[in-house]
Design a binder for this molecule. Structure first.
Ligand code: SF4
Length: 557
């Protein structure tokens, strides 16, 4: 609630302008000339990357490791070199990607090309100091397989645990003057690290028989993917996860106006999620829910007060933090402004809403996800219409003018009628907005963000037969038309083609690397790529459906 998703600016500022606009405790840090130089890459624009607290924490973690330097790269400034010094990618010892979103997969290949590296790990020469390509982040936890042939080492788990050990082994290899093979060999047993088949094959590191097929060329991977047995889907090693997050980096250390949360300090309240929404990968696969203690949250706010009065509280479900009201009270007492990264309606407290209003927040965001209560229940959101209307009353009553609502359609087992309930639900919210707006003489707007369901691995919803793309397209159009009839409502809708592309990347195996190459050859035209990929995608859906009819009947009830 409060923080919206990303809308990158156009055109992007230059590297130097971006650098000059940065401020905060760690602005200007980079440790240039360190013995081991890490190029930390967010595979999207500066605007999106610097909006990510996870990316900032990875940056701080590298800088805290003795002997390591870290400089940041983004896709829109890649040609200008690192933000810190303008150094070129090829000058670094390690290229570390921090990924969050599957649609950034194609950008990873662009970065490798810009670094002058062969795209496939299997083709990288085993020479002594070629940069190692490492990737971590939630993106690879959800599905790393389409990127598997392009990456040397995947880092599964939390940066704070993995990066120091990785950097230490790199520095030891440098001190012993050993080559790539020995370095990769030394990483194999580090918790959370996975040295890929291509990197092992290229460097001559032992390759288990069951992975040998995955070290092939892209054509060989594609052919094997089509064969009856298909390609193996290697299980990732267990992620390296902190039992407790107390004392770990938790806040923005570089502030800038050039992010979605302009000059806002983000504070990490918790990791994992206590909820289990059936459509959400985090709720079913992320590590246990761990909270940051109140005194530590307040210490981060105090340390950043000299730099900003805007604070964003970040967690998968901000309202679940047991001391969220105390945090909000502190923020109000200090006259600061607050936003929340996400919120479940049933966890909104009056104090949280008062803190938003006290900071002058005019637009608030909530995510009912569905208009129909059955579909909402199916998604794991056990909230009634009345609970949501009640929160909307409080939001408008406290002075907010605009409300943003996130909905999804194309959810397995959803009917046309249930999808249309999104519009009926929105009309009721609009009536609440008008009731509060009329006496003030100012009418705001309701922004609808209408997404299309995308399956992720290991989710209960995958056991229900998916909606056919043609049906989803028709349904999405129907809902948009109904919503557009409601006054003061603005609709931003996703597309079924985009969702199909996302599905290939979120669910596909190693053979989906060919989909990424196809996309590149088609200049990232999802529609054209989907048309060409359709036969294989169709088979994938058919396999899913065949496994799921029984479970579907059970869950439908
Ligand atoms: S509350 Fe949010 S993060 Fe947690 S399971 Fe539900 S959708 Fe996922």
């Amino acid at each position: 609630m409060g923080m919206s998703r990303f809308h990158p600016p156009d055109p992007p500022p230059t590297r130097l302008a971006l650098q000059r606009a940065e401020h905060g405790p760690a602005s200007g840090a980079g440790r240039f000339g360190a013995p081991w130089r890490v190029a930390l890459i967010y595979p999207n624009t500066y605007h999106v990357g610097m909006s990510s607290l996870g990316f900032q924490i990875a940056h701080q973690t590298i800088l805290a490791a003795p002997g390591a330097g870290a400089e940041r790269f983004f896709t829109d400034t890649l040609a200008q070199g690192s933000i810190e010094s303008g150094a070129a990618l090829r000058d670094f010892d390690l290229i570390a990607f921090s990924g969050a979103y599957e649609m950034d997969d194609p950008n990873v290949l662009d970065v490798l090309e810009a670094a002058g590296l062969p795209l496939l790990a299997r083709d990288r020469p085993p020479e002594r100091h070629g940069p190692l390509v490492v990737m971590g982040g939630v993106l690879i936890s959800v599905n790393r397989l389409p990127l598997y042939p392009f990456i040397d080492v995947f880092a599964h788990g939390e940066a704070e645990l993995i990066l120091p050990g990785l950097i230490e082994r790199c520095l030891q290899a440098r001190a012993r003057n050993v080559g790539r093979a020995e370095l990769l060999e030394s990483l194999v047993d580090l918790p959370g690290l996975e040295v890929t088949a291509g990197a092992r094959a290229a460097a001559g590191v032992a390759l288990p028989d069951e992975l040998a097929l995955l070290a092939g060329t892209l054509d060989a991977l594609g052919d094997a993917g089509q064969s009856p047995g298909g390609l193996p889907r290697p299980a990732p090693p267990p992620g390296a996860v902190m039992a407790c997050i107390t004392g770990t980096p938790a806040s923005t250390q570089i502030l800038t106006p050039h992010t979605e949360f302009a000059n806002m300090a983000l504070i990490d309240l918790a990791r994992g999620c206590p909820h289990h929404c059936t459509f959400c990968w985090i709720g079913h696969n992320a590590p246990a829910y761990r909270i940051r203690p109140l005194d530590e949250v307040l210490a981060h706010i105090r340390a950043l007060e000299p730099f900003t009065d805007r604070f964003g509280l970040v967690a998968s479900a901000v309202g679940a933090h047991p001391q969220i009201d105390e945090v909000c009270e502190y923020i109000m007492a200090r006259g600061l402004r607050v936003s929340y990264s996400s919120l479940r309606v049933e966890e909104v407290s009056p104090t949280m809403l008062r803190a938003l209003a006290a900071g002058g927040q005019r637009t608030v965001t909530i995510a009912p996800e569905a208009g129909s209560t059955r579909v909402r229940r199916l998604l794991g959101k056990r909230i009634s219409d009345e609970q949501i209307f009640d929160v909307a009353e409080q939001i408008f009553g406290l002075g907010a003018e605009n409300l943003k609502l996130y909905f999804m359609t194309g959810i397995p087992s959803e009917t046309d009628e249930e999808a249309l309930e999104i519009a009926a639900f929105t009309e009721k919210i609009q009536a609440i907005m008008l009731k509060w707006a009329r006496p003030r003489g100012r009418v705001g707007s309701i922004g609808i963000n209408l997404g299309v369901f995308v399956p992720k691995p290991n989710l209960p919803l995958n056991h229900i037969e998916p909606i056919a793309p043609a049906v989803a397209k028709k349904r999405l159009g129907m809902v948009i038309r109904q919503l557009e009839k409601i006054p003061n409502v603005r609709v931003a809708a996703s597309s079924v083609e985009l969702a199909r592309a996302q599905t290939v990347l979120s669910m596909g195996g190693v053979e989906s690397a060919q989909y990424l190459m196809l996309l590149r050859s088609l200049n990232n035209d999802w529609r054209a790529a989907n048309r060409r990929w359709h036969a294989q995608e169709g088979e994938q859906f058919a396999r899913l459906a065949a496994h799921s009819r029984l479970a579907a009947a059970r869950l439908r009830g």
